[in-house]
Design a protein around this ligand. Structure first.
Ligand code: ZN
Length: 82
């Protein structure tokens, strides 16, 4: 997800990824942390794939499946095309 695609889940205001919504001032800290963690896991998955390490890919995939199943589907789709 690029920063410009982010919308506040409470009021739908489009904005950069930030811990407090610019419009409704909703606390978005947990969401920001989850998105950042999901991106870090995706990077870990890609590194494991690059190293051809199926055990590390599996452990990253299990965590991504809990946090962001759509991202996991996209990562696996990319892997099929590579
Ligand atoms: Zn908002």
């Amino acid at each position: 997800m690029s920063n410009s695609d982010f919308r506040c889940p409470a009021c739908r205001a489009k904005q950069p990824l930030q811990p407090v919504c610019r419009r409704c001032e909703a606390d978005l800290q947990l969401l920001v942390r989850a998105i950042e963690h999901s991106a870090a896991l995706a990077a870990r998955y890609e590194q494991a794939r690059f190293r051809s390490d199926p055990h590390a890919m599996d452990s990253a995939a299990r965590l991504i499946a809990l946090l962001d199943p759509k991202q996991l589907a996209a990562l696996r789709c990319d892997a099929d095309q590579a």
